[in-house]
Design a protein around this ligand. Structure first.
Ligand code: URA
Length: 435
């Protein structure tokens, strides 16, 4: 077997065997297949697709490229993991995980960093002064045992093949592919030792899946892989046609998450958090009634148990909780400017992808893996599609550390919010649940 034959087969739209997929993954992880050969194969997969069997074999081979954790054995608990296929303003994990932990779901979560226009939970957590995301495995397990939750960054040896292939896909415009996304997400979930998995499959212009049909297909592929690997998987399809919640940017999103946990809940974010949380409870064996689960979750927002769990988590990971208790302590961007709308009407579109790109341009995200991010910059968007706006009303605030960037961002934001004279429907946050 050699890599040229494998590339040729996929180029010619033929099905790869399990052995061929394993050969590629092993050799590429070791550096024995070059980046240009891997790029050719990945592009052939992107263009010609994969059968369900190939996608499953790819996911399992990538999971096996590093260590496979067995957290439930280690912790003696059912581990329900959560993953999102990525979005703009997506601070769901920061809220959801302490919330479900406060009702008794064991949370042992490894998250990723942002890349491209989408944000990452690890970057957001690191904007809390002192918070350590790089705990070793013993510290991670110890924290979960002691307080029922830990949130860290993926360890180096967790699905290393996915790390290499994901970075390669990002550099050759091959991210938006169903078999590649399905195998990437599921390889990490299988390797990180989850027994059950809830996936937030984002749909819309700020997501990798632009329409509901593709999102359904992705969800079904991931559920199929989960079933074969004996990991029950539920997919919640959520809207990413406009940014989620209000804030985009690392510190800004932490602030919004803390305010949510204290009871100030933005409607779209609330719906997404409660839906995912209810299914996490269901899979953890804490309740079969999804609506009842939502009530229990809401109660733990009201009685501050979820907020207190977040404080406990931050403290345990070395973070300075005085920032959480007094949000004004977070470092502010040098320039803070409100944006007023120029005409009256109804919001008909807020381009999520463009908003993500603008936040990155201000410094909130990376265009290359090595880029340093600026935690204090970002955007607050106060209106949603369907909202009525008056002339001169403030619809957004920009946080920037560079005057020139601020001015450019301001124009871009205005260009990417469309106003219509006619009344507009609000967007639905939860599109579908697939089990
Ligand atoms: N998230 C992942 O983990 N992998 C992808 O390919 C896309 C989103």
């Amino acid at each position: 077997m050699n890599i040229l034959e494998i590339i040729e087969k996929k180029r010619d739209k033929k099905e790869l065997t399990k052995e061929e997929i394993e050969f590629f993954i092993k050799k590429y992880t070791k550096g024995e297949v070059t980046d240009y050969q891997a790029a050719a194969l990945i592009m052939a997969i992107y263009l010609n697709g994969m059968t369900n069997k190939e996608t499953t074999n790819l996911a399992i081979s990538m999971a096996n490229s590093g260590e496979i954790l067995n957290l439930s054995k280690e912790l003696g608990k059912i581990i329900v993991d959560k993953h999102s296929s990525g979005g703009v303003g997506d601070k769901v994990s920061l809220i959801l995980l302490p919330l479900v932990s406060s009702v008794g779901v064991t949370v042992a979560k490894m998250s990723g960093r942002g890349l491209g226009f989408t944000g990452g939970t690890v970057d957001k957590l690191e904007s809390i002064p002192g918070y350590r995301t790089n705990l070793n495995m013993d510290e991670f397990i110890k924290n979960v045992k002691e307080i029922g939750i830990s949130m860290i960054s993926q360890t180096e040896n967790l699905a290393p093949a996915d790390k290499k292939i994901y970075a390669l896909r990002d550099s050759i415009s091959c991210v938006e592919s169903i078999p590649l996304i399905a195998s990437s997400i599921m390889s990490k979930k299988i390797a990180s030792g989850a027994d059950k998995i809830v996936l937030d499959v984002t749909v819309g212009n700020g997501a990798f899946m632009k329409d509901i049909e593709s999102a359904r297909k992705l969800a079904k592929e991931m559920i199929g892989i989960g079933n074969l690997a004996n990991r029950k998987t539920v997919c919640v399809l959520t809207n990413m046609d406009e940014p989620l919640g209000i804030n985009i940017g690392n510190t800004l999103e932490v602030i919004e998450a803390v305010e949510f946990l204290k009871g100030k809940m933005q409607e779209d974010l609330k719906e997404v958090v409660l839906e995912l949380g209810s299914y996490m409870m269901y899979l953890a064996g804490l309740g079969d009634d999804i609506d009842k689960n939502k009530e229990i979750l809401l109660e733990n927002i009201k009685n501050k148990k979820a907020y207190n769990k977040f404080l406990e988590l931050v403290e345990k990971q070395g973070g300075d909780i005085s920032y959480i208790e007094t949000l004004e302590k977070f470092e502010k961007a040098k320039y803070v400017e409100d944006i007023k709308i120029e005409k009256e009407g109804y919001i008909s579109k807020i381009d999520a992808k463009e908003m993500g790109k603008i936040a990155c341009f201000l410094g909130a995200g990376r265009t290359k893996k090595e880029d340093k991010i600026d935690n204090s910059v970002g955007i607050s968007l106060f209106k949603k599609v369907g909202d009525k706006v008056k002339k001169e009303e403030i619809i957004a605030t920009i946080y920037a550390n560079d005057k020139e960037k601020l001015n450019k961002a301001k124009n871009k934001i205005l260009e990417n919010i469309k106003i219509s004279k006619e009344k507009q429907e609000k967007l639905k946050s939860i599109l579908e649940v697939i089990k």
